[in-house]
Write a protein that binds this ligand. Structure first.
Ligand code: SF4
Length: 238
C-alpha cells in the first residue's frame, strides 16, 4: 500500500490561513442558499452595486413580474425601469431577458436550472459560462451559494486579498486568479475561504490601505512589512 500523499507547502499555508480566519470570524458559511436561476439573476443584478441594493432590486423585479416568462415577455425598457435602483439597468434588463430565453430554450420551455443539481461541477460550470454574459465569477457564485458546490467566486475582495497574501501573483487578472485559486485551494475550503476573504477584505484588508496591525494573518503575509515597518511580528500559531 502506498503512503498517503503529504500536503505541500501551499496547501499547509492555505489551511493555516483558513484556521486563523475561522478563529477570527467564526463559522464561514456562504451568505445564502437559493434556487439556482434566482441566484443567477440576483448575481447579474449585483454587478456594480451592493448586495443589499441587488436584493432590493431583485425583490422589486419579482413583485412586478412574478414569473420569469413575464420578464421575458415584457419590454426591456419596462424591466429597466423596475431595476433602475441597482444601476446599469439598461444593460442588465436585456441581459437578464437573454439569459432567461436561453435557459428556457435549453430546458424545454422551463425557466429552471434544477438540471444543474445532477451535473458534475465541471459540466455545471460549463453550462453557466456558456449563457450570455456569464463569466467565471457569476458561475462560481451559483455553484457555491445555490448548488452547494466547492467553488470560490473571485470578487474584488478575494482578488485583492489573495494577491496581497501572495497566494496568486500580484499582477494576476481576476479571471486568471479564478483558475489558479480553483487549482491551489484544497477541496472543501473554496467556499469557506471565499467567505473568509470577503470578511477580511471588507473589515481589515481594505482597499487602498490594509489594517495589517489588526490582521490575524500578518505573520503569514508578504505584504504586511510594507505597511507595518517595525510593528510586525507573530500573531498566533498556526
Ligand atoms: S497582513 Fe495586511 S496586507 Fe496582508 S492580508 Fe492582512 S491586512 Fe491584508
Amino acid at each position: 500500500m502506498s503512503a498517503p500523499e503529504l500536503p505541500n507547502a501551499n496547501t499547509r499555508r492555505l489551511r493555516a490561513i483558513h484556521r486563523r480566519l475561522v478563529k477570527r470570524f467564526g463559522e464561514l458559511a456562504p451568505p445564502r442558499a437559493s434556487d439556482p436561476l434566482d441566484e443567477l439573476v440576483l448575481t447579474v443584478l449585483s454587478q456594480h452595486t451592493s448586495d443589499r441594493n441587488a436584493e432590493r432590486t431583485f425583490a422589486s423585479l419579482r413583485t412586478a413580474y412574478p414569473t420569469w416568462g413575464g420578464v421575458v415577455a415584457a419590454r426591456a425598457v419596462d424591466i429597466a425601469d423596475v431595476i433602475r435602483g441597482g444601476g446599469l439597468a439598461n444593460t442588465k434588463a436585456p441581459r437578464i431577458q437573454q439569459i432567461l430565453r436561453e435557459v428556457a430554450e435549453r430546458e424545454g420551455g422551463d425557466y429552471s436550472l434544477d438540471r444543474l443539481r445532477v451535473m458534475s461541477d465541471a459540466d455545471a460550470r460549463a453550462y453557466l459560462t456558456s449563457l450570455p454574459g456569464i463569466g467565471p465569477k457569476t458561475a462560481a457564485v451559483v455553484l457555491s451559494f445555490a448548488l452547494g458546490r466547492d467553488a470560490m467566486p473571485v470578487d474584488t475582495h478575494v482578488h485583492r486579498v489573495t494577491r496581497r497574501l501572495g497566494i496568486v501573483p500580484d499582477k494576476t487578472s481576476a479571471e486568471r486568479a479564478d483558475r489558479l485559486l480553483h487549482d491551489l485551494v484544497p477541496d472543501g475550503l473554496r467556499t469557506p475561504l471565499h467567505v473568509a476573504f470577503i470578511r477580511l477584505g471588507r473589515d481589515i484588508c481594505k482597499a487602498p490601505i490594509p489594517r495589517c496591525i489588526v490582521c490575524p494573518l500578518r505573520d503569514l503575509c508578504p505584504t504586511a512589512p510594507r505597511y507595518l515597518g517595525d510593528r510586525g511580528g507573530r500573531t498566533q500559531s498556526g
